[in-house]
Design a protein around this ligand. Structure first.
Ligand SMILES: *[C@@H]1O[C@H](CO)[C@@H](O)[C@H](O)[C@H]1NC(C)=O
Ligand SMILES: *[C@@H]1O[C@H](CO)[C@@H](O)[C@H](O)[C@H]1NC(C)=O
Ligand SMILES: *[C@@H]1O[C@H](CO)[C@@H](O)[C@H](O)[C@H]1NC(C)=O
Ligand SMILES: *[C@@H]1O[C@H](CO)[C@@H](O)[C@H](O)[C@H]1NC(C)=O
Ligand SMILES: *[C@@H]1O[C@H](CO)[C@@H](O)[C@H](O)[C@H]1NC(C)=O
Ligand SMILES: *[C@@H]1O[C@H](CO)[C@@H](O)[C@H](O)[C@H]1NC(C)=O
Ligand SMILES: *[C@@H]1O[C@H](CO)[C@@H](O)[C@H](O)[C@H]1NC(C)=O
Ligand SMILES: *[C@@H]1O[C@H](CO)[C@@H](O)[C@H](O)[C@H]1NC(C)=O
Ligand SMILES: *[C@@H]1O[C@H](CO)[C@@H](O)[C@H](O)[C@H]1NC(C)=O
Ligand SMILES: *[C@@H]1O[C@H](CO)[C@@H](O)[C@H](O)[C@H]1NC(C)=O
Length: 751
């Protein structure tokens, strides 16, 4: 696929690091460092060179004593390197860790040189909220794995939100706000994304400490440097317009409006003040913010800015003239601060507030920004709810086909591999399309890795990837044992034709497990939409045979047991089996309860089944390091500088996000997880309480009181959120138990 001249111009502008003329070879130092880091024994065998040519193209060929990757961009070199490592070396890097160092001692020959090229200039990654749902407590080492994963897959446009508050605080100080006034505005470490979006303001559980702000800023400096070295253009924050309430007192003449209420939060914590972009103070703050940011990270690392004003916030007015004025003012402020500025925004609002965002309003809003290359819109949920096709391809503005797929870091299986290979190409080739990228915008990175891999690979393939051969080669490099038992392929062929072949448009997102929801008599099962609990496949002909096949593969080739991705998958598939069985047991419990002739004893017996299942699930999850609540909590504590109080604050943030999500369960269980410890100490406690209540009302004949149940569940959450991990019986750190014992037990007991 050839890129048009116009597109090349766009690239030269957006990646305006003066790269068009010549390529100093030191530009490739980041790729050489990546090779040293990930394939230390073979690092000397790989060489790279940058040449002129169409953007994002590479050629891999044999070289004297090794392999040479020639590329036209740094990102293409990383992608070419990955192509060799995966297709010839048979190894890969995963969210669960890098196995690239298991490259065969004698490097396989390439033979006929192979070429590759991206089909779109932008390969994008992250959702603003991924920085909280997944990366809130990551240290540099965890980030390093992530950035290598991204670079090798050819991503060149990652969001870079870390440390935003440092620059923002400096900017607010400069216009005269006091630290106390600024502090009232900022949200806690696990909730910063929604403060950045202007959904919430302020904190619960304590103020945001300056230690956090400073540490994140220090981390961001390293991340930006690394992103640039790896050929990526970080999408940097900017001033959005959301300001501390006190700014209105300080500048009584400034146009500051009160934003809308978000997700049932009390007014104190939401209804953010918004400085109108038409006000001159907006431009002043923008200039201040961007110049400080440039001073901190370098003036030329990026000219692309992430800026969202109406993500789940309603504009102050729906008048098209107003909306046009908002974007015109915002964009003028960006260009005033950086003459090459390009505005990137999440297009989620056009789906989530579709009633507000009529065609006329969208056209006015986008129309406020002159030119088509000055904006990049993330069509955030393209796989299920594309908006580009109702907005005339965003009226000609650049946009990115994004897979969202995961909400709140929920862990249920779901996907449609075939669609991910076909729909982006159809969108790219549709008449008048201004699509310029492909990317991932998941709220959380939690499992289902194949549905993300395949889309990033599709960004480098002009034809739809053949799903069945893709799955086979993906499994072969995920489990690099020789010979790979056929049963391992069978497991994934089964999954790919069932759970990853979801054709049901009403359940296109990670399927939420109902055991993670607050127990209730009704409303848990069969939910559809983007928080589905309806299971769109038959467990007995998908998850059950997949688990059997994986265990059979391990019996055939015991070395599989030491492949971390294999043990991860066994736990994950067994987890899904238990999740799905829970729905049947729950339904049986409610039927037993509802049957007038049933006894308290039969309700107790039905309830016990659920609790037994949760015990097994907890024990299963405890066998793998990637399914531990204690890891999430320990990551939070890492930032505490050894202070007990600060540690407790961080732990409260970590706990509250995955449970109540808000001081009073405002979006309760949104970011629920199937994690060892969380299942055993939280979900199980709630279900025990519920079962006891059902038994009790059955025995006494008292009416079921839904309000009472709801408030008891909330009370359990508030108590749990205040806990200190490791101080109560059964609260364990680290891995316990044996995966194989538990997986067999799951099959025996629950299949
Ligand atoms: C606000 O506007 C009024 C009327 O134009 C003016 O008298 C006053 O000085 C202004 N106040 C500030 C703080 O700029
Ligand atoms: C918060 O916003 C809502 C609209 O979403 C509005 O009804 C309410 O009055 C606002 N509250 C305050 C205190 O501004
Ligand atoms: C927006 O509207 C204000 C008046 O409400 C006006 O002063 C300003 O020039 C407008 N901005 C743009 C960029 O059109
Ligand atoms: C856009 O595409 C989606 C998915 O194919 C479809 O459901 C929707 O109806 C289309 N919208 C319009 C306006 O064509
Ligand atoms: C932007 O794209 C639209 C739709 O293709 C086109 O009508 C318009 O002329 C373009 N604008 C510019 C400034 O190129
Ligand atoms: C996909 O590849 C398989 C072999 O792995 C082949 O049998 C099948 O025909 C291919 N499908 C398409 C649509 O090309
Ligand atoms: C879900 O809905 C389907 C059909 O609407 C029904 O047959 C099924 O029993 C429901 N399942 C549960 C668990 O409620
Ligand atoms: C059980 O009873 C409740 C309340 O009477 C009702 O809403 C619910 O649909 C019933 N559920 C089942 C599975 O029978
Ligand atoms: C249900 O429980 C709530 C909360 O405890 C209580 O206020 C309410 O009176 C109860 N309703 C009935 C009908 O008993
Ligand atoms: C949790 O801790 C907070 C702050 O220390 C306290 O106000 C609250 O009452 C506690 N809640 C529970 C249920 O323990």
């Amino acid at each position: 696929m050839l890129l048009s001249k116009g597109l090349l111009a766009v690239l030269a502008l957006s990646f305006g690091v003066g790269r068009a003329a010549k390529f100093p070879q030191e530009d490739l130092q980041g790729i050489y460092a990546l090779a040293k880091r990930r394939v230390p024994l073979h690092a000397d065998a790989f060489s790279f060179s940058l040449v002129d040519g169409e953007p994002d193209a590479f050629t891999i060929r044999d070289a004297y004593n090794g392999v040479h990757v020639q590329c036209t961009t740094v990102s293409a070199c990383a992608r070419g390197f990955h192509t060799y490592l995966t297709q010839y070396g048979g190894v890969d890097i995963w969210w669960t860790g890098s196995r690239l160092n298991q490259l065969p001692f004698k490097l396989p020959k390439v033979g006929q040189p192979i070429k590759g090229q991206a089909i779109v200039p932008y390969r994008y990654h992250f959702n603003t909220v991924t920085f909280d749902y997944t990366a809130a407590f990551w240290d540099f080492k965890q980030w390093e794995l992530e950035l290598d994963w991204l670079a090798l897959r050819g991503v060149n446009l990652p969001l870079a939100w870390v440390g935003y508050e440092y620059i923002l605080i400096e900017t607010f100080r400069e216009v005269g706000l006091s630290d106390a006034e600024i502090s009232e505005f900022l949200s806690g470490p696990a909730f910063q994304a929604w403060n950045r979006f202007g959904n919430i303001q302020g904190s619960w559980g304590g103020e945001l400490p300056m230690d956090w702000v400073n540490d994140q800023f220090a981390l961001q400096k390293k991340l930006i440097k690394r992103m640039v070295e790896l050929g990526m253009t970080p999408v940097l924050p900017s001033f959005t317009g959301f300001v501390p309430r006190a700014l209105a007192k300080l500048y009584p003449n400034a146009s500051i409006v009160t934003g809308s209420q978000w997700s049932g939060f009390p007014a104190q914590l939401t209804n953010d003040s918004f400085l109108e972009p038409s006000d001159p103070l907006f431009a002043t703050l923008q200039k201040s913010f961007i110049s400080k940011q440039q001073a901190a990270y370098g003036a030329d690392v990026s000219h692309i800015y992430t800026l969202d004003q109406y993500n789940e916030n309603d504009p102050f007015s729906g008048d098209p003239a107003y909306l046009r004025n908002v974007t015109a003012g915002t964009f003028a402020s960006l260009r005033g601060a950086d003459p090459d500025a390009v505005w990137l925004m999440q297009g989620w609002l056009f789906f989530s507030s579709a009633d507000f965002w009529t065609d006329e309003r969208i056209e006015a809003y986008l129309g406020g920004v002159p030119g088509n290359d000055s904006m990049i819109i993330l069509d955030l949920y393209s796989e299920a709810q594309p908006q580009w096709n109702r907005t005339h391809s965003y009226y000609g503005k650049q946009w990115v086909w994004c897979e969202l797929h995961d909400y709140g870091g929920n862990m249920g299986f779901e996907g449609n591999l075939r669609e991910l290979t076909q729909d982006p190409l159809a969108a790219l080739h549709s008449p008048g399309s201004s699509m310029k990228g492909v990317g991932l915008a998941m709220e959380g990175q939690e499992g289902n890795e194949i549905v993300y891999d395949i889309l990033l690979d599709q960004a480098w393939s002009a034809n739809p990837i053949n799903v069945s051969s893709y799955v086979d080669s993906w499994v072969a490099r995920r489990y690099p044992v020789k010979p790979l038992p056929h049963a391992a392929l069978d497991a994934w062929r089964t999954l790919s034709s069932t759970v990853y072949n979801n054709q049901d448009p009403s359940t296109q997102a990670t399927i939420k497990s109902i055991f993670e929801l607050a127990p209730a008599l009704t409303g848990l099962t069969n939910r559809t939409g983007h928080h589905p609990t309806a299971i769109p496949y038959d467990t007995d002909s998908s998850v059950v045979p997949a688990l059997k096949a994986l265990l059979e593969a391990k019996a055939q080739h015991p070395a599989l047991a030491s492949v971390p991705e294999f043990t991860y998958d066994v736990v994950d598939v067994a987890r899904q089996l238990l999740s799905n069985r829970f729905v049947d047991l729950y339904t049986a419990l409610i039927v037993a309860y509802n049957t007038s002739s049933s006894t308290a004893h039969s309700v107790q017996a039905a309830g016990q089944q659920l609790l037994d299942l949760l015990c097994d699930l907890d024990a299963l999850l405890y066998t793998n390091e990637h399914f531990l609540l204690s890891a999430w909590i320990a990551d939070a504590h890492k930032w505490s500088h050894g202070s007990k109080t600060y540690g407790a604050y961080l732990e409260y943030n970590a706990r509250n996000q995955i449970t109540l999500w808000g001081p009073d369960g405002e979006i309760n269980d949104y970011a629920s997880k199937a994690w060892a410890g969380l299942v055993g100490t939280y979900y199980k406690t709630r279900w025990e309480t519920f079962v006891d209540y059902l038994v009790e009302t059955k025995r006494t004949g008292k009416a079921y009181n839904a309000t009472l149940v709801k408030s008891e569940m909330l009370a359990i959450g508030e108590k749990w959120d205040n806990g200190t991990w490791g101080t109560q019986k059964g609260e364990r750190w680290g891995v316990h138990g044996d995966t194989w014992d538990m997986a067999f037990k799951v099959l025996r007991t629950w299949a």
